[in-house]
Design a protein around this ligand. Structure first.
Ligand code: FE2
Length: 189
């Protein structure tokens, strides 16, 4: 049985960039629903007593366990996302990553442009990640419940949820404005 991870900030702490209303729905309804469903699906199965990451990696290769994969993935992705959000303004990457960002993107501003372009280009529901693979930083997107850990894309460092439920109440169809708010006010490395 998995339990909900506590949000590392108050529901209203990210306003005006992410409203308390959005977080109440996102955390209390969407995230909770994935976690409740996962617990229901794994009960009395071989998945019942293994770590979440292992459930994701094993169910990925079993088409009959697609529902388990999707709900486990969404639980893991959301927990990673809660920890990619800062309640005290955008937090810049640690020095060791800043050097890698300059190597990979030229500058932090260029990194933000690339991240925004990729997050905007993700068609439909999904996620935008910064990953580190073989000492190199990269920006990747994944669809639905996929993640860098299931697709073996590298070690995730930070992520943005670009499912509509993450921003629709605050930004309606303006995903670009939501991405800007994340990069300029909410990102936590
Ligand atoms: Fe979400």
């Amino acid at each position: 049985m998995f339990e909900m991870k506590e949000l590392p900030f108050e529901f209203s702490a990210l306003e005006p960039y992410m409203s308390s209303k959005t977080l109440h729905f996102h955390y209390g309804k969407h995230y909770k629903a994935y976690l409740d469903k996962l617990n229901e699906l794994i009960q009395d199965t071989d998945y019942a007593d293994i770590p979440l990451e292992k459930i994701i990696k094993e169910s990925y290769f079993r088409p009959t366990d697609k529902a388990i994969y999707n709900n486990a993935g969404q639980v893991w992705n959301h927990q990673f996302f809660w920890n990619s959000l800062s309640d005290s303004g955008a937090i810049l990457p640690p020095t060791k990553f800043l050097k890698q960002i300059e190597d990979a993107f030229g500058s932090y501003d260029n990194f933000k442009k690339d991240f925004k372009a990729k997050a905007l280009a993700q068609f439909g529901s999904g996620w935008c990640w910064v990953v580190q693979k073989e000492g190199k930083l990269n920006i990747v997107t994944t669809s639905n419940a996929d993640s860098p850990i299931s697709l073996n894309l590298g070690q995730p460092l930070v992520c943005l949820d670009v499912w509509e439920h993450a921003y629709y109440l605050d930004y309606q169809n303006r995903r670009a404005d939501f991405i800007d708010a994340f990069l300029n006010h909410l990102i936590k490395w």
